[in-house]
Design a protein around this ligand. Structure first.
Ligand SMILES: Cc1cc2nc3c(=O)[nH]c(=O)nc-3n(C[C@H](O)[C@H](O)[C@H](O)COP(=O)(O)O)c2cc1C
Length: 230
């Protein structure tokens, strides 16, 4: 079966979604669709290499990014060709959940959802941030600790040139952590956990989404069962 997988810009359930899609890639062809933020977080959490193994680039195994699409998201036209057995959106940010719940399709991912629904392709969505929890932040520079050294060692050791003007560019960072050890002032922090709670509006949007013609997943592990059903 050909599976369309959409990734949006959430750190929550990202690793879990990857683990499941890696399993499915052994027996299915996976096309990946990334929202603009999805592309950023996949890179920031160091997952781009793993993504290229899930969707290595041949037909029906491409990685489509919002950043390289036209406004009308032409690659999602493939849903009209009946090529996909299922569409999985995991993780789905509160932003994407809100948009789909309100019928908005202005990104690659929300267009994929809209097209799939119009064509009768089953849509499985795994929304994030449904309960209070702790999340792990990507690497960042604590501006109050940073001394803005004339020679910034972390910037020097970063092979990807991700530290520019004492800021980490998420699109370049691959989360290797080499910079953290290179800063003698400990201004670079990785793996910090912060507590977050859902907003009322997110809870309401999710209720709205549940009334639509989509299947809501509680956890990415349910994707395996969903794929077997199809
Ligand atoms: C590192 C990082 C992690 C994020 N994690 C989440 C998250 O877990 N849940 C969420 O709703 N938004 C999260 N965001 C914010 C979204 O990326 C942002 O709202 C974005 O506009 C969502 O766009 P999209 O829905 O098109 O992907 C995160 C942002 C960053 C930079």
């Amino acid at each position: 079966m050909n599976i369309a997988w959409c990734i949006t810009g959430a750190g929550h359930y990202l690793e879990e979604s990857f683990a499941v899609l890696e399993r499915l890639a052994k027996s299915h062809r996976i096309t990946t669709f990334l929202s603009g933020s999805g592309e950023e977080v996949v890179k920031a959490y160091g997952l781009w290499g793993r993504l290229k193994k899930i969707s290595p680039g041949s037909y029906m195994q491409e990685i489509f990014t919002h950043s390289k699409q036209g406004f009308s998201s032409p690659s999602t036209g493939r849903f009209f060709l009946g090529k996909y057995g299922v569409l999985i959106i995991s993780p789905a940010t509160t932003n994407t959940t809100a948009k789909i719940a309100h019928g908005i399709s202005d990104t690659l991912v929300t267009n994929a959802a809209s097209h799939a629904m119009k064509c009768g392709v089953p849509v499985y969505i795994c929304p994030v941030d449904r309960a209070a929890k702790k999340i792990t932040l990507p690497y960042y520079i604590d501006k109050e600790v940073c001394r803005r050294c004339k020679t910034c060692e972390p910037a020097n050791v970063c092979e990807r040139g991700a530290i520019i003007s004492f800021r980490i560019d998420l699109l370049r960072c691959n989360s290797c952590g080499i910079c953290e050890a290179a800063c003698k002032y400990h201004a670079i922090i990785g793996g910090k956990k912060v507590k977050i709670k859902p907003r009322k509006i997110d809870v309401e949007n999710l209720k709205k989404l549940k009334k639509m013609d989509v299947i809501i997943l509680e956890h990415p592990r349910e994707i395996i069962k969903a794929a077997k059903e199809r």
